[in-house]
Design a protein around this ligand. Sequence first.
Ligand code: PTJ
Length: 248
Amino acid sequence: MDESALPEDHPRYESLVTRHRIEAGVDRGITSRQGLIAQGRGEAFDYLLGEETIPTADRAARAGVARLLAADHPVVSVNGNVAALAPGETVELADAVSAALEVNLFNRTDERMEAIEEHLREHGAADVKGLTADGRIPGLDHERATVDADGIGAADAVLVPLEDGDRAEALAAMGKVVVAIDLNPGSRTARVADVPIVDNVVRALPAMTAHARELAGADDGELERIAAAFDPDEALAAAERAIREGEF
Ligand code: PTJ
């Protein structure tokens, strides 16, 4: 079924659209089959969060943008789920914070790397890193450690939308600022991130771009103040409360 054939009056229309995109991503060789499972996990948390951006997640999005804008070499990491769910939004955000885009896969194959690179270019990316593969994230085994030396390898801040916990931890251990988007406030990714954004990537990425445009003229002092005012533990606790009690 084409996305345009989905019933727009369905009460869970947005969820149908994201499911459809992930399915299409698997069909196109962009998303791994494990990506379907990850999506299901994410959906469960999104359902518990009321399928909306809670106020602390929006504050986290702003703090994450401040960290990316303040960085010398920010990189937006893209996996098979993000490429399928929000390719245009990912490219727009990378532009808005002057970050490089790098394809970085847990289940890395040349075919998927190339399919995702092409998909991002179709959505406006001028340059896509990840295929040079001349760097490694220490402490990880196999292909999931592979990065570009002048991309994630050299980055001082990395946005990891929807990341596996091991890799987020390894990036943090390299001393990089980790900004994560993850619907599970208890995940290792969310817990190791300097800025955990507990929200769906389909909402968080455009919200971050809007913050980036608004903060475009901000000086270093203002970016620093925004980043310093954000408390990751408090944000995670607020997300857990929202899930438990529907209290925001
Ligand atoms: O494309 P690859 O090969 O790099 O593989 C990507 C996946 C996602 C399969 C891989 O990184 C993986 O297995 O991830 P996990 O360990 O399942 O973690 C995914 C996390 O993202 C979980 O905590 C989910 O709750 C969360 N998540 C899933 N969908 C979304 C999400 N967070 C935000 N927005 C979503 N749409």
